[in-house]
Write a protein of this length. Structure first.
Lengths: 516, 368
């Protein structure tokens, strides 16, 4: 074999307590190619890349650079070998400028003082060459997520890295920004750089990659030339079975108004401005209303306001006709509001509680489970066993499994089981499929549509446009704390939504919304 | 299925084993320290530390007597821990509890059980403040309760010094730097011995407080593990955001949790000073008992039942340490006690390495 591999990871095995995250995985990166690493969440992609970047040490297997075996003990070693990485969650110092962030760790000094001029020239030259628009003097806290990502990319280029790892780079971008990123990646390829591109989005792989390595549950499933394969084949390799891409659902027959939000204002926790600036909309029985938008445009705060986790500073919220603007969370929950929170570890679960304790988190105080202040252990056990059975929640020790020890998908299933089983009239679901594998996503989508068909109102907040287009009956686009557009999925497309999401277009006349 | 069960059973075994190993390591290091300080007396000192508690029934009675307030302070700290609060104010609550109990005993001439109830009240009052400040103004409970330790100490000194009837001098003794001996002031306020003195060779120390305390520990365990109240408190402690999400009133829970923690420490003060063997001396520094509750709670991972044993252990080495004193200064015995307790708190660390060892062994077995 005289293939020109720049990096080879051969038979890598990495174990964590109780799980083999990587089991005999081989990945060979050719010089100057874009190589996609595809797999569901939990398939071991990030672990494999962390091994390459020196964050973890593999128990078995070797790494070769240009045919020579190398030891990568920490990210500094990786850097010396020319390996750079854009992490899924950016590693930037918020209160530093863009330039400071780029040179951080490799600063030039003269007599102990920083020398930034040469660095600035180099950064600007790189920025120009690859079309990576940044403002070197802006503070990271002030720039958009897209620009933050460009800063991360410039960090790699500034260090003259020739192997660039992108970990789920498109998750935070608008469709337009994704196209731009693809173009930049092609530019790198032309310059002879080699790219590892981690993703679970097939369309992006088909668009930009040369080859693709697929992992499933920590195992190596094979490497394919993109030219000779199809989306369907890759997804079958990734999931292990055929996957439905489109979603059939009955026609929407909206009924009475269940949730009515009027001129809602919610303050921000991070800055002085309001995060939600006078938002109004209704959710009716039997419909899924979807709030689309780029992360950080007030969706989280909107949900906090509606569910009561944050106090609204103005406006009103009515649940089934009853004013709940100032009601406590317990009252809202009792009156029929269920909430699948955005951050399942922070809000959705008490991770050190067992599964059964978590399954009654919203109902432990009901007479069904409590008598004279004492929890009815048997009732809790029976109830949770029922839910585990009905919703197929898998875990090591059944009801007694600590929530922390469960997989992300099963944790989310537990939350969904808990919330749906309360038989709510309105279900607020925030990014319910974030970080889950295809199987779990299908399940959750079916559950949400099931609730809608049962005459419940569903308010879905999602960053995934595919999800928005597939599930919703009505789409509200949120930008900088306001609703800037309202659509029906059949009358719009991803590109148009993208324009509204990025603030390039707004529909001020649409305040009244679409008649339902 | 079978394999998983054995692993779950292991967890308890492993954590007990880890505690034992870390205690052993602590003793070993303590012994090395003794060797460095005074090689000729090291062996004798170690024997005194380890043997004294069991050497006579009287000494064992003292272990039990000291264990009761330690246990209660440990329960107090542990209970607050479980709800996510660090109650470093156990000392102040303990002092207040002692004060209330003594007021009841000497000024009000109440029976012992009423005095114990008063000590609960005194501690609870001292727990309210850090709780309220935390709940209403988000002031860190550590800062408030440290300050309240000092306030309690000086306030109690001031009050006792200005209530002449409280002082020993009012009851026929000559010293006015301490409270009256209960034997002369109000024998009915002394916690009964319940026949234990006969069992423990006429020990002047032992009384029923250790059993009262064990009952309290069991009640605390029940509250935490079996009631909705405990479920809410622990949820707040483990994940504040999730408990808010579930509609649990975190503020109310912070206050009630601090009240209960304060009451427990206060009861500790009551049991200590109502034994009739010790008089409250006007102090110049904060009483150590409340702080000793912290290692007691840590050693037991805040588990109320575990607290019973960790308090007995610490009380035991304290009694042993006191017996080392002719050949070792009280400072050096305190250092050694601290080293032992400090290392005992390494149990968590050791637990991790035992688990690693076990899983490696299992993996090897599986391979072969």
């Amino acid at each position: 074999m005289s293939e020109d591999y720049i990096i080879e990871m051969l038979h890598i095995t990495k174990e964590f307590p109780g799980i083999k995250a990587n089991d005999d995985i081989t990945l060979q990166l050719r010089r100057g190619e874009i190589h996609a690493l595809l797999g569901e969440n939990g398939a071991g992609k990030s672990t494999l890349m962390s091994v390459l970047f020196g964050l973890y040490q593999a128990e078995k297997g070797i790494i070769k650079k240009d045919g020579q075996e190398v030891q990568i003990k920490d990210p500094n070693d990786a850097n010396r070998l020319g390996i750079g990485m854009v992490h899924q969650h950016f590693k930037l110092v918020e209160c530093f400028t863009v330039l400071d962030n780029i040179i951080l760790g490799v600063e030039d000094t003269k007599h102990g003082f920083l020398e930034k001029e040469a660095a600035r020239k180099k950064v600007m030259a790189l920025s120009e060459k690859y079309g990576l628009r940044v403002d070197p003097d802006a503070y990271v806290s002030d720039i958009s997520v897209g620009m933050q990502q460009r800063v991360e990319i410039l960090k790699m280029l500034y260090r003259d890295n020739e192997i660039l790892i992108f970990d789920e780079p498109t998750a935070v971008l608008t469709p337009q920004e994704i196209d731009e990123l693809m173009e930049i990646m092609r530019g790198f390829k032309k310059e002879g750089k080699s790219i590892l591109f981690i993703t679970h989005k097939l369309a992006e792989i088909m668009a930009v990659a040369d080859r693709c390595t697929v992992l499933r549950k920590g195992r190596y499933m094979g490497t394919k030339d993109i030219a000779g394969t199809t989306k369907e084949e890759l997804s079958r390799m990734m999931v292990g079975r055929d996957v439905q891409f489109s979603f059939e659902k009955k026609e929407c027959k909206p009924g009475e108004t269940l949730l009515s939000v009027k001129d809602l204002v919610v303050p921000s926790k991070v800055h002085k401005n309001n995060a939600v600036k006078g938002v109004s909309f209704d959710v009716h029985a039997g419909e899924i209303v979807c709030v689309a938008g780029i992360e950080g445009n007030g969706q989280s705060e909107l949900v906090f306001g509606i569910t009561g986790l944050e106090k609204a500073s103005a406006g009103s919220i009515r649940l089934c006709g009853k004013d709940i603007t100032n009601a406590s969370i317990r009252v809202r929950s009792r009156d029929g509001m269920a909430h699948i929170p955005e951050d399942r570890h922070k809000y959705g679960l008490v991770l050190d509680y067992s599964l059964e304790q978590n399954l009654v988190l919203q109902r432990y105080w009901q007479p069904e489970f409590e008598e004279h202040g004492v929890i009815k252990a048997e009732a809790v056990r029976k109830y949770s066993e029922g839910l585990i059975d009905k919703y197929d929640i898998r875990s090591g020790q059944g009801p007694l499994t600590p929530a922390r020890a469960m997989s992300g998908g099963n944790q989310q299933k537990a939350i969904i089981a808990r919330e749906i089983d309360r038989n709510p009239s309105i279900l607020v679901a925030v990014q319910p499929t974030r970080g889950l594998d295809v199987g779990a996503i299908e399940f959750i989508h079916h559950s949400l549509v099931g609730e809608r068909d049962a005459g419940k109102g569903v308010l879905l907040i999602s960053l995934e446009l595919d999800e928005v287009m597939n599930l919703s009956d009505r789409i509200l686009v949120m930008y900088e704390g306001e609703i800037v557009g309202e659509f029906r999925p059949k009358d719009t497309d991803v590109q148009e939504l993208g324009l509204y999401m990025s603030g390039a277009k707004r529909n001020t006349a649409g305040k009244e919304g679409i008649a339902v | 299925m079978n394999k998983k069960k054995s692993l779950a059973e292991n967890a308890k075994f492993v954590s007990i084993l880890a505690s034992l190993i870390s205690i052993l390591v602590g003793l070993l290091l303590g012994f090395i320290l003794l060797l460095i300080l005074k090689p000729s007396d090291a062996l004798g000192g170690m024997q005194a530390m380890l043997g004294t508690g069991f050497s006579s029934l009287d000494k064992f009675g003292k272990v039990m007597y000291q264990a009761a307030p330690l246990m209660l302070c440990g329960l107090s700290v542990g209970f607050a821990f479980k709800t996510g609060l660090f109650n470093i104010g156990a000392s102040g609550q303990y002092t207040m509890g002692a004060f209330f109990a003594l007021i009841g005993a000497i000024v009000l001439q109440l029976p012992w059980w009423a005095c114990l109830l008063l000590s609960l009240l005194g501690g609870a009052i001292w727990g309210v403040f850090p709780g309220l400040f935390k709940a209403l103004f988000n002031v860190n409970e550590v800062i408030t309760s440290i300050m309240f330790n000092w306030i309690a100490m000086f306030l109690v000194n001031l009050l006792i010094a200005n209530i002449p009837v409280m002082l020993a001098s009012a009851w026929g003794a000559s010293n006015s730097d301490r409270t009256a001996a209960l034997a002369s002031a109000n024998p009915g306020a002394i916690i009964p011995k319940g026949g234990l003195d006969a069992v423990f060779g006429n020990s002047s120390w032992v009384n029923i407080s250790v059993f009262i305390t064990i009952v309290v520990a069991v009640i605390m365990w029940f509250v935490l593990e079996k009631t909705t109240f405990g479920y809410e408190l622990k949820a707040c402690g483990l994940n504040k955001d999730a408990s808010a999400y579930a509609g649990i009133n975190a503020k109310r829970n912070i206050v009630t949790s601090m009240i209960i923690a304060g009451a427990l420490s206060g009861l500790g003060g009551g049991t200590y000073y109502l034994a009739g063997t010790i008089q409250y001396v006007l102090e110049k520094s904060i009483l150590g008992m409340g702080f000793n509750g912290i290692p007691v709670a840590l050693l037991a991972s805040s588990n109320p039942i575990g607290t019973i044993f960790s308090a007995l252990f610490i009380s035991y080495i304290q009694v042993g340490g006191a017996a080392m004193q002719p050949s070792f200064s009280s400072e050096s015995t305190n250092i050694i006690i601290s080293v032992i307790i400090y290392l005992a708190a390494f149990a968590l660390l050791i637990r991790g390495s035992i688990q690693k060892l076990l899983s490696r062994k299992k993996a090897k077995e599986a391979e072969s």
